[in-house]
Design a protein around this ligand. Sequence first.
Ligand SMILES: Nc1ncnc2c1ncn2[C@@H]1O[C@H](COP(=O)(O)OP(=O)(O)OP(=O)(O)O)[C@@H](O)[C@H]1O
Ligand SMILES: [Mg+2]
Length: 252
Amino acid sequence: MTNAIVRLAGVKKSYPLGELTVHALRGVDMTIQEGEFTVIMGPSGSGKSTLLNLLGCIDVATAGSVEICGEPTAQKTERELARLRRDNIGFIFQAFNLIPVLSVYENIEYALILKGMSEAERRGLIEKIIEQVGLTGHRDHRPNQLSGGQRQRVAIARALVTRPKIVLADEPTANLDSETGKSILQLMRTMNEIYRTTFIFATHDPDVLSFARRAIRIHDGKIDSDNAVASSTSPNARKKKALPTKRAHKPV
Ligand SMILES: Nc1ncnc2c1ncn2[C@@H]1O[C@H](COP(=O)(O)OP(=O)(O)OP(=O)(O)O)[C@@H](O)[C@H]1O
Ligand SMILES: [Mg+2]
């Protein structure tokens, strides 16, 4: 049985900009089942980050409904949204949002402290994820002592360490060399297969697309196409081979 973990209906998002209004999302319907590995692609300015911010309960829609893990978000208070995020979502931002005064280890640890985990439990998880993202020699560095790619890996480790139900990532590989990018995507793919973590990425990177099972293309704030991907990296996908595309949305 499948469960919808994300459900959007008629979602619009507008930003006032002086005299003007920018219509960043212009009616998005989208359902994502638990355990999917989906990329959202589209040109710069098409609304990808706006969409992820709504999924991550960082922003609220101007119109339409957003349901995350079965919970409609529209009527929730800031506090309730923060709880929904903390309990279910790992977010990897385009700007990494690391805490400058904390080390790599402490930045990752912070996510676990918020969950109320004991120090002994935290230590094992943090050491493992630091190794998995290739930062073993950098655990005591502060963000300003790291390269852009290393900072991005800290942000990824922080999002994954809590084993959230949903991981949202805005250009997760933008600052990584191709080898590191692939090994991190492989780590995410393994999490996806073992824990059924749902991954939703906004990206321009064709390497990310090759790890995905579904590609949603947006253009000018609307979904253009929504297709299954025959991923070269998934044993299951190889068996299924080029899935016939199931259009969840009418072309616009
Ligand atoms: N806070 C804001 N105020 C006004 N306009 C905004 C705001 N945030 C985004 N926009 C506008 O909304 C539209 C969609 O922006 P968004 O950041 O979602 O695009 P994107 O697809 O993520 O682009 P990129 O690939 O460049 O990251 C753009 O026209 C952008 O200028
Ligand atoms: Mg963006």
